[in-house]
Design a protein around this ligand. Structure first.
Ligand code: NAD
Length: 371
């Protein structure tokens, strides 16, 4: 299979393959769309089974960012970077500086930030080489820092909206919620769920992260192989993607799926599979937009925590509208969200093309008049 006929290529604007022999960096930067503005999306570092898996991840995450930024009404297109982790290329300042130079070479078409496997400190190394980076430590009252607590806040508010829509619940008190993955987003989410009185089940493949959650909160631990099928009201995937598949969906017991992970559905058809089982799915890139909202405020220098919170509080309303449209139209929620996001991007693209056409015809007309 070539790159252009890759099932997830979806008219990407551009793809960039980066290799730096000195630091061992191997990375892919995927820019899906710049129709709404520079492509903004985090950088993930992961040990992929193959280069092909890394490409697929970059393409799917990048398109997801286009949709996420569009629905969050941010002036950004969608892009994403993946760094291929390996024993030959451990984390180092040099590796992130090399990545920073790659981002700089795109001259502002791509803005990076943290995702899985990346810390604020890593981004500080990136910043030594480029200004097209966000997710840096907060300065004064301005927005900034680790986006994951903000992602978790949006997910929490989205879970409340889903519980209200599906279960008629006015609060999460005593609802059983399974959180898959208690890393940055998952742990913050557990804190909020605990404050709301939910009964929390957790699983993680990383023992240190699991222990941290168990030491801090009254959570019940279950096996990573069982969490997806737990007998709960809500499943909150907060680890990696491809959790909802033709194999897992028939065995789910939760009536709501609402979590922070990107690319939770293995394929678009899995949204219909969930709908057919009467399971309400909160589209991942709608519910997990809190982090990029914080990143956007930081990058644009637009206000501080209060402004970020105000924007994140719009997430439950957006989900509610998607749930209602899905119910009225009989379409799965992921399709409703995709259609909405594509509409926003395409409208902007059309306006932009019209502007270009007008600006090209004006001088010709002017030249004719002069002649
Ligand atoms: P993280 O690396 O801090 O946490 C992920 C956790 O999931 C880790 O503890 C990891 O051990 C665990 N995990 C991995 N595979 C697992 C499995 N099979 N079962 C159970 N646990 C497993 O990453 P994060 O920043 O918390 O991001 C989590 C998810 O949310 C990712 O999909 C990411 O793309 C998405 N997301 C993150 C942000 C953000 O602000 N960090 C924003 C939007 C979306």
């Amino acid at each position: 299979m070539g790159v252009f006929d890759h099932p997830d290529f979806d008219q990407h604007d551009s793809l960039h393959y980066i290799q730096d022999a000195a630091s061992g960096l191997k990375a892919i930067i995927a820019i899906h769309s710049t129709a709404l503005g520079p492509a903004a999306g985090g950088c993930r570092r992961w040990n992929y089974a193959s280069d092909a898996d890394a490409l697929t991840d970059a393409l799917r995450l990048s398109r997801g960012m286009s949709y996420k930024n569009a629905i969050a009404e941010l002036p950004f297109g969608g892009g994403k970077a993946v760094i291929l982790a390996s024993d030959d290329a451990p984390k180092s300042p040099e590796l992130f500086q090399a990545f920073g130079r790659a981002v700089a070479s795109l001259d502002g078409r791509y803005i990076t930030a943290e995702d899985v496997g990346i810390t604020v400190e890593d981004m500080r190394e990136v910043q030594k080489e480029t200004r097209f980076v966000s997710g840096l430590p907060q300065r004064g009252q301005g927005a900034g820092g680790d986006p994951s607590p903000w992602t978790a806040l949006g997910v929490f508010l989205g879970i409340e909206a889903a519980a209200k829509f599906k279960l008629g619940a006015d609060s999460l008190k005593d609802l059983r919620i399974a959180v898959q993955g208690v890393g940055h987003v998952g742990l913050h989410l557990c804190r909020l769920l605990n404050d709301a009185g939910a009964r929390i089940l957790v699983a993680d493949v990383n023992r240190a992260n699991l222990k941290r959650a168990q030491d801090e909160l009254p959570v019940t631990r279950i096996s990573p192989t069982k969490i997806v099928y737990a007998d709960v009201d809500i499943l909150a995937p907060c680890a990696l993607g491809n959790v909802l598949t033709s194999v897992t969906i028939p065995r789910l017991r939760a009536s709501i799926i609402a979590g922070g992970a990107n690319n939770q559905l293995a394929t678009e058809d899995d949204g219909a599979r969930l709908m057919d089982r009467g399971i309400l799915y909160a589209p991942d890139y709608v519910i997990n937009g809190g982090g990029i909202i914080n990143v956007a405020h930081e990058y644009l220098g637009a206000g501080g925590d209060d402004e970020v919170r105000t924007d994140i509080e719009k997430i439950p309303g957006r989900l509610q509208a998607i749930f209602e449209t899905a119910e009225a139209s009989g379409k799965p929620t992921n399709i409703v969200a995709n259609e909405l996001a594509r509409r926003i991007v395409n409208e902007k693209r059309r306006n932009y093309e019209q502007e270009i056409a007008t600006s090209h015809t004006a001088p010709v007309g002017a030249a004719r008049r002069q002649a």
